[in-house]
Design a protein around this ligand. Sequence first.
Ligand code: PA5
Length: 424
Amino acid sequence: MGIKLNTEYLKNFVSDVELSALTSAVTQAHKGLHEKTGAGSDFLGWVDLPSNTPDALVSELTALAKEVQAHSQAIISIGIGGSYLGIRSTLDFLGGDLKLPLHYAGHNMATADIVKLVKLIEQKHVTVVVISKSGTTTEPAVAFRIIDGAMKKKYSGDELKKRIICVTDEKKGALRQIADKAGYRSYVIPDDVGGRFSVLTPVGLVPLALAGVDIKAFVDGFRAGEKEYANTDMKQNICYQYAAIRNVLYRKGKVIEMMASFYPNVQYVAEWWKQLYGESEGKGGKGIFPASTILSTDLHSMGQMMQDGMRNIFETFIMIDKVADAVMIPTDPEDTDKFNCIAGKDLDWVNKQAYKATAEAHYEGGVPNLVITLDKADAFHIGQLYYFFEKGVGISGYILGVNPFDQPGVEAYKKKMFALLGKK
Ligand code: PA5
């Protein structure tokens, strides 16, 4: 069980001396997070959230899931950014059969998407989870108006109330007022946990439980991460090594971090990570630009740029050690394509050779890379990985000299849109 970090393809790019030089910055950052004295200290609730998450919440949501699964055929989850990506990332990563299919709304305002969801409400029994920490974000608010209207056409009274669940602030915001006035069930997002750090709060836990994810294992994964990545000795803490390495690379002009995976179920993990790192570090003219590729697919579109383009990139591979199924490559008696050399080999072994070849070729082409390997693609490991990246960006952002816990740039577009819409 666990997560490993392989740094063999950093040789000649990051030295032990350069890493040691960051030891005191890492120690300071650790203190800032754990003693809650660093920049943005009002939003450090996520640091000890795993151990502060009550087992009673897990039991309550497991019971809620049973109830909803008994009366619903689908879930609609409304939210954007931190109120969307962690849910999608987890469900895509885990794959497999869900107890209930989950549909997303509120992360765009495309008419075609919402029309499909209104039809779904007409045709099937649905439960809606509407998520917004601020309770005022335009996209989910607009989507909820339309979906709430469709739900009210079909259901009323207690039937309606049991099918709409709000996840929002305890006191503030329009969604809190709507929930209280309509008598919808609601769950609270703690004040001191920012949107992109909130997947372990009811933001993630409610929809994931309803869809049928083992949220106990998910919480346990976070708890394992909290314990493992609290080690103040950087040599023994791969999370702090990751944070320090990316800062050494950044200072040498590697200003783009490409998350790459040979496993397509990692695509939305990368989207979640892009929000976490982009919103946390992209400030005051600083920041490593987070980008992502899914391989082998993108080797035939982005491969040329990675191998041979501007040398301002480093790569972070996400690998999975043990995959669930084995698929053997068949033998072809004629061997026309000359691939009998791999006949009898497992497809995942071939996939891993593609990774090795790519990591080596990119490294030789001037792209250093790190490899994060998860033992398995299950709820425990994705929980641990989320905590790894949350802690990683806290440490990395402090080394970089930014407040990783605000997002003034996101607010700027919101204000302009409110003005265009005439919202008071
Ligand atoms: O990280 C953040 O706080 C933001 O990106 C939010 O997740 C995003 O803007 C959605 O906000 P809300 O949940 O308030 O609707």
